[in-house]
Design a protein around this ligand. Structure first.
Ligand code: GDP
Length: 230
């Protein structure tokens, strides 16, 4: 699962502006500061393909990166930036929700969650929205495949209108700190998993990552290549 070439293609301010070549794409979404740009850069092994130093909440664009000329990584605007004005937040909601609901070549949604802090309501709310609207995961004999680390489904949990969701836990290299509630990343992940089960009949697949150590990078790319081949 080696990324050979990745190029920034375009920033779109509306779902209608997104590339129309129909290539399969994977959306990365998560709270501002979750480590999305860092993960993107780590996936394509570039220091600054995605800018990490942008002002949180400022980029209200959908950014398309074409990989190996054959599929897209899509960087969606981060949500939950507290200082963003209400109007901007409402726009963000409509914008990304329309993207999720209307994008036909969307293969899968990767929801990024910061493993270095305790579960946040905004992430659970977002997962819940995805679960109800786009990423319904159905109970099946596959369920047991979803309990554990780095597991990849053998068959897609996909219906005509739904795409599978994968949870990507970020910053797993960060050790516990008192101010973070004193929990290890593993404990935060476990807790998030049990909270999210409320919204899904089966737990989504999940991958623990770090952009510092590149933990999880190969698993994400392998998972994406398997999803593309379904
Ligand atoms: P974005 O707003 O989601 O795009 O987040 P960034 O990629 O800009 O990262 C936000 C902050 O978290 C930056 O200070 C990064 O250096 C830091 N960060 C991102 N990923 C990791 C990681 O895997 N481990 C650690 N320790 N810090 C990270």
């Amino acid at each position: 699962a080696n990324v050979i070439a990745a190029d920034f293609v375009k920033s779109s301010v509306r779902p209608d502006d997104c590339p129309r070549d129909g290539l399969p794409e994977f959306a990365l979404v998560g709270r501002s500061n979750v480590g999305k740009s860092s993960l993107l850069n780590s996936l394509v092994r570039r220091k600054r393909l995605a800018l990490t130093s942008k002002k949180p909440g400022k980029t209200q664009c959908i950014n398309h990166f074409k990989v190996n000329d054959s599929w897209y990584l899509v960087d969606l605007p981060g949500y939950g930036y507290a200082a963003a004005p209400q109007e901007a937040r409402t726009n963000w909601d409509e914008f990304t929700r329309n993207y999720f609901l209307g994008r036909e070549n969307l293969v899968s949604v990767f929801l990024l969650v910061d493993a270095s802090i305790p579960a946040k309501k905004i992430d659970l709310d977002y997962a819940s929205w995805l679960g109800q609207n786009k990423c319904k995961i159905q109970k099946s004999s596959q369920t047991s495949n979803y309990v554990g680390i780095n597991l990849v489904p053998e068959t897609p949990l996909k219906t005509s209108s739904n795409v599978p969701m994968t949870l990507v836990f970020t910053k797993c290299d960060k050790r516990k700190k008192k101010k973070n509630g004193g929990k290890r990343p593993e404990e935060n992940v476990e807790n998030f998993q049990s909270l999210i089960r409320e919204y899904f009949e089966a737990a989504p697949p999940w991958i623990m990552t770090s952009s510092v150590t590149n933990q999880g990078r190969d698993e994400i790319l392998l998972h994406m290549s398997q999803l593309r081949n379904y």
